[in-house]
Write a protein that binds this ligand. Structure first.
Ligand SMILES: [Mg+2]
Length: 321
């Protein structure tokens, strides 16, 4: 990302002239970026969220291109909008960077941001550019969305509900392990998902309209995110390991059985959607992996996998299975 043309050789207006054409609009964009602020047409309630990625913390240039990072930070944000039942409509993007950063990296990054937004039909509403001390590169995205149906919180799961997932589990984490060990060729799709996660964004509003009682996106791992949902709702989520066999089988050959289990149960950055539904309302495209039940006397809310508390037993039980 260094080398090439340093950013400091351009003034901000010249840089924006290069970047803005890489961003698309949408039918709801009334005033495009370039004025003091953009204007977005909207109705009803607005979903808002923000997420930031920092070089060296959230990505390594050795593993991800500027375009990859642009794609990833957009998907991370849009997945949070979808997880509320919202349809993403616009993003604001802030880049804070060492002036020695190369223009080529920034343009590649902007192209990734722009293409991820275009894929999702989301307008880039604008953002900010700011300089940073040597070596620092940070991109922050704020996403907005609209609610066409009910909002879905983490707190609405009811005993008896089905627990269902839409999308893959463990692929992005398996990809990270392959990058760490220099064995990307063992599962190129997993590596691709680590670099460019895919979230079933349209399924957020679908789930909301279908009657989802609670929902979130799997950003930090099935068990960890499931525990968040369980705690917010005051229920126990019972996951059936057999229901995850399709995910395990997908990556077992690439990372081995025990790593596959850890990736599927604990792997982050997947951005699939996890939700609870009344059992007869699970929409097409979602697969049931367990159920919510009432806490027993003295029991705390949480996630059990085949009846075992993963947090309490560690992974050993599953490694032997
Ligand atoms: Mg989330």
């Amino acid at each position: 990302m260094t080398g090439g043309t340093p950013l400091r050789t351009l003034d901000e207006d010249d840089l924006l002239d290069r970047i803005l054409p890489l961003f698309g609009g949408s039918d709801d964009l009334v005033v495009a970026p370039g004025d003091d602020a953009a204007v977005l047409r909207t109705t009803g309630e607005t979903v808002a969220t923000t997420d930031t990625a920092v070089l060296g913390r959230d990505w390594l240039d050795a593993w991800s291109s500027g375009s990859d990072i642009g794609h990833k930070v957009i998907v991370q944000n849009l997945a949070d909008v979808a997880a509320m039942g919202g349809t993403p409509t616009g993003v604001l993007i802030t880049l804070v960077a060492d002036p020695g950063l190369s223009l080529e990296w920034v343009l590649d990054h902007a192209a990734g941001l722009g293409s991820a937004c275009a894929e999702a039909g989301v307008a880039v509403l604008g953002g900010d550019l700011s300089s940073a001390p040597p070596g620092v590169v940070m991109v922050s995205v704020t996403a907005l969305g609209r609610l066409d149906g009910p909002v879905v919180l983490r707190s609405g799961a009811t005993p008896g509900d089905a627990l269902a997932v839409c999308g893959s589990l463990g692929l992005a984490a398996a990809g990270l392990r392959l990058l760490e060990t220099g064995s990307e060729d063992r599962h190129p799709l997993a590596v691709e998902r680590q670099r460019r996660p895919v979230s079933p964004l349209a399924q957020g509003p679908v789930a909301a309209r279908a009657g989802a009682t609670a929902m979130l996106d799997v950003s930090d791992g099935l068990v960890r995110d499931g525990t968040r949902l369980a705690r917010a709702s005051g229920v126990v989520l019972e996951i059936v390991l057999e229901a995850l066999e399709v995910d395990l089988a997908e990556i077992r050959g690439a990372v081995g059985a025990s790593e596959a289990l850890e990736c599927v149960l604990a792997g982050g950055e997947e951005h699939s959607l996890l939700a609870t539904f009344p059992v007869d309302l699970v929409p097409a495209g979602w697969r049931v992996i367990g159920r919510a039940r009432e806490m027993a006397a003295g029991e705390r809310p949480g996630v059990l996998v085949d009846g075992h508390s993963v947090a309490h037993t560690g992974w050993d039980h599953f490694r032997s299975s």
